[in-house]
Design a binder for this molecule. Structure first.
Ligand SMILES: *Cc1c(COP(=O)(O)O)cnc(C)c1O
Length: 229
């Protein structure tokens, strides 16, 4: 089996599981965008997923993400999913279509300046952290409104929605449902912020049921990765 066959099989199996979860949830498959998370996999895999019809890929580290975006010629949308340092925001603003991990106002300013320098508008999602004490990235739900307003007010950013990573070892369902309620509240103030980015390889069916619009799947498409991030 070639690597292309392997990835095609992974994609087909994930696609079937997405369709099944949509059917169960009474949702239309077209409401869901699949982002294939290619972090740690080689640029040649990114080329293959693009050839197989994928339009959206996700990465969580710079410069790995930027290097691949440069190496891969296919016209993909690059989603940046990882913890972000302000000094890398300018570089990321050049190649990312959407940044899912905006979690502080300082970053808003840095990303907006970066997008301005690149002569473009960058789509941003506010990352919500539902973990009480795990110190992961993301803003607590109480901080969403203020951070969202900062993104919406930034000249070169577009507030596109919200994102979460379910806290490790907890039932993801209540957190996904909470995220969907936060999104409904947010859209009263910012109707354009329609993206709900939730669901990874182990929990995406729950995310579909809760109302996610964007799934971020790595291992279930590309196979187990060598490192755990
Ligand atoms: C790695 C990663 C994913 C994909 O994880 P898988 O378990 O490989 O599906 C999704 N979202 C974020 C933020 C990630 O870092």
């Amino acid at each position: 089996m070639t690597r292309r066959d392997e990835i095609a099989a992974g994609l087909a199996s994930v696609e079937q599981r997405i369709v099944d979860a949509c059917t169960e949830a009474g949702r239309d498959r077209s409401e869901i965008t699949l982002i294939v998370v290619t972090k740690t996999y080689p640029a040649s895999d990114v080329e293959l997923v693009a050839e197989l019809g994928v339009l959206d890929v996700g990465e969580n580290r710079h410069p790995e993400a930027g290097d691949k975006a440069e190496q891969v010629a296919a016209p993909l949308r690059w989603h940046f999913l990882g913890g972000l340092q302000t000094n890398k925001a300018g570089a990321i603003a050049r190649y990312a279509d959407t940044v899912h991990s905006v979690d502080r106002v300082k970053l808003v300013n840095a990303l907006s300046r970066g997008a301005e320098a690149a002569g473009r508008t960058l789509r941003c999602l506010v990352q919500i952290d539902f973990g009480e004490a795990d110190g992961r990235s993301g803003v607590a739900p109480a901080g969403l409104a203020e951070l969202a307003a900062a993104v919406a007010d930034a000249d070169h950013l577009e507030l596109a929605g919200i994102m979460t990573v379910a806290p490790l070892g907890e039932d993801p369902v209540p957190h996904f449902q909470h995220l969907v309620r936060l999104s409904a509240d947010l859209r009263k103030e910012h109707p354009e912020a329609t993206i709900i980015s939730a669901g990874m390889s182990d929990d995406f069916q729950h995310a579909i049921k809760a109302g996610a619009t964007h799934l971020r799947l790595g291992r279930s498409v590309l196979g187990e990765r060598a490192s755990t991030r």
